[in-house]
Design a protein around this ligand. Structure first.
Ligand code: ARG
Length: 596
């Protein structure tokens, strides 16, 4: 089904053509002055230049041709040559009714594209912190939006499980427990089935190990020597691990197992899930054939012990360093695993697109990796590689969000804080059972967090403002939920004593009803745009505007009154709105409570 605006445009374009002008001038847009009209076409102004005629004359000719179109209630020329349009009620109502009949609001389906969404990117042995919030929330929404358009979408968490941090954790474990069989070269038995450590142990061990490698000018020579030694050992462990050396590899598997179990629980709380729990390590088997391929193509060479590929392009305005494919000693680094993972995905899925939802600060890394992948021909030429870089969530001081004492805040704690805030606000107003209140505050809290995040443009930084996010007023998740809950309760009230006899929306009577229908008629276009542009923020804005219009409509129109035809029409309209809100929030990754 075509977007409403395109249907209107068809008519205006046709009129331009019939008057002997290029039809491209018939572009129709939403009105810049909603107080004057609903849609407008400014094409006559541009056409005037080409045809050396007054814009007003061209516009008059075009408008005359449109006078009998059933789509327009009003079409008129405003000096110097704007065409102002109001849509006819019949046509608008008919369009909304067909949206209601369509399974997916009349969106044009893409179908059959294979899209890998790489998001989450947590690191093994490190707890999720606020920095992991955005990739999880954005990635989940992007995945759902692409799935809505009937593509085959594969969400992959892409665990960080293969880098130096693993070598560091192993080194610290070795220091604390030199007696563990993992470190005994001669051990031939079975390694312990139960883990000898917990996830909390790991969370304490990583920062401790990482701290041991830090040097500063106040340190003694001895201390510096120790730090360097610790780092060197960690590097060696990483190399052992990548060779899958016995003991080291087994210990690593345990670390991953314990960590992943915890990560899964945490992502579940966020309403985020992945189809694949692969990690950097899973690409290891592709490293060798990949490097072989690069050698055959003659694009890889040695530089300071490392193996690199040039990725500078003539049009670059700044220098792009060669992409490091292997570190000294053949050790895999961040680029290695990302490249090998591309090869792996090509072989496993032959994707049409891979979307990376990663911190904007990693842009250069992805420029290098994408160029290198293309040069090495490890990815199909037609496969689109998209870097969807997100901005930082900042505190009120404009710096990356921290805990009160300046540390990195754990994601769990952040979520708890938001839920607590919502709970407190509910306490002020509602009498409700404790248990239900807790349950609802979790649902609303998550909506507050996700909506606040997604309503920003992905690449922009934003400020974490818990009071604002959890407010029931303004452009917030709770406001959207509140509106949906209101709609649901009206519908429930209706169905208590009535049933529906008609299934059509009638022509609007009040202006606010027409405004509501106009908004509803735009939903498919908003979805298509948010899909094409990877922009969940468009859905956020749309839902907010729809909620505003609905709430005015609710003030003005006696929804549950009127003759039975009108009443049924109101109910059909509300049901359609409920469907839109539920679909919208589902695409954003949250849900609504029954009441709040
Ligand atoms: N683990 C990485 C980090 O913490 C993020 C991974 C992003 N995805 C990727 N394919 N590189 O920075």
């Amino acid at each position: 089904m075509k977007n409403l605006i395109l249907l209107l445009q068809d008519k205006v374009e046709n009129a331009f053509k019939e008057c002997g002008y290029n039809k491209e001038y018939g572009k129709v847009i939403s009105s810049n002055r909603p107080d004057l009209c609903e849609f407008q076409c400014d094409g006559a102004l541009a056409a005037a230049k080409e045809y050396k005629k007054a814009p007003f004359i061209i516009a008059e000719e075009v408008v005359k041709k449109c006078k009998d179109c059933k789509e327009f209630e009003k079409i008129e020329v405003i000096k110097p040559g704007f065409i102002n349009i109001n849509i006819s009620k019949d046509f608008l109502t008919e369009y909304c009714n067909s949206i209601n009949d369509e399974e997916k609001f009349g969106c044009q389906m893409e179908k059959d594209k294979v899209v890998v969404v790489d998001y989450g990117g947590p690191n093994v042995a490190k707890p999720l912190h606020v920095g992991h919030l955005r990739p999880a929330i954005i990635g989940e929404s992007i995945k759902r939006i692409h799935r809505f358009f009937e593509n085959k979408v594969i969400g992959d968490v892409h665990l960080g499980d293969w880098g130096l941090q693993m070598g560091l954790v192993i080194e610290e474990l070795k220091y604390r427990h030199p007696d563990w069989p993992y470190f005994d070269e001669n051990f031939n038995g079975e390694y312990p089935r139960e883990a000898l450590f917990t996830v909390s142990d790991l969370e304490e061990i990583y920062p401790c190990a990482s701290g041991k490698t830090k040097v500063n000018e106040n340190m003694t020579e001895e201390e510096i020597k120790n730090a360097n030694e610790f780092r060197e050992n960690a590097r060696k462990n990483t190399a052992y691990l990548q060779e899958k050396k016995k003991g080291y590899y087994d210990l690593w598997k345990k670390i991953v197992e314990i960590s992943v179990k915890d990560l899964k629980e945490n992502y579940m709380k966020l309403g985020v899930d992945f189809d694949l729990w692969l990690g950097e390590s899973d690409s290891q088997e592709y490293v060798k054939p990949m490097v072989e391929k690069m050698k055959n193509l003659g694009i890889i060479y040695e530089s300071d012990g490392a193996m690199v590929v040039d990725v500078q392009e003539p049009t670059d305005t700044s220098e792009i360093n060669p992409c490091m494919v292997l570190k000294t000693g053949g050790v895999s680094c961040y680029q290695t695993t990302d490249l090998a993972t591309i090869m792996q995905r090509q072989i496993d899925f032959n994707p049409s697109e891979i979307i990376y939802v990663v911190d904007l600060r990693q842009e250069l890394h992805f420029i290098q990796v994408f160029r290198c992948a293309r040069k090495a021909e490890i990815i199909n030429k037609d496969c689109k590689l998209t870097f969807l870089g997100f901005g930082t969530m900042n505190g009120k001081d404009g710096k990356p969000f921290k805990t009160r004492n300046g540390g990195v805040m754990r994601l769990e704690n952040l979520i708890d804080e938001v839920n607590k805030k919502v709970y407190e606000k509910m306490n002020e107003t509602k009498e409700m059972q404790e248990e239900e209140k807790l349950k609802i505050s979790k649902i609303v809290g998550l909506a507050a967090l996700k909506y606040a995040d997604l309503s920003n443009q992905i690449s922009k930084d934003y400020i974490f403002d818990i009071d604002k996010f959890t407010s029931i007023e303004g452009k917030t998740g709770p406001y959207i939920l509140y509106t949906l809950v209101r709609i649901k309760s009206i519908l429930n009230k209706f169905y208590e004593n009535n049933s529906l006899k008609e299934d059509k929306i009638l022509n609007p009577v009040e202006d606010i009803e027409k405004e509501l229908l106009l908004k509803i008629s735009r939903y498919n276009q908003v979805l298509e745009e948010s899909y094409v542009e990877n922009a969940p923020s468009k859905i956020c804005t749309y839902l907010y505007e729809l909620a505003n219009i609905f709430n005015s409509y609710y003030q003005k129109v006696k929804i549950l009154q009127g003759d039975s035809k009108r009443l049924d029409s109101n109910i059909v309209l509300l049901t359609l709105m409920k469907k839109i809100f539920e679909n919208g929030i589902d695409l954003l990754g949250f849900e609504a409570p029954e009441r709040m």
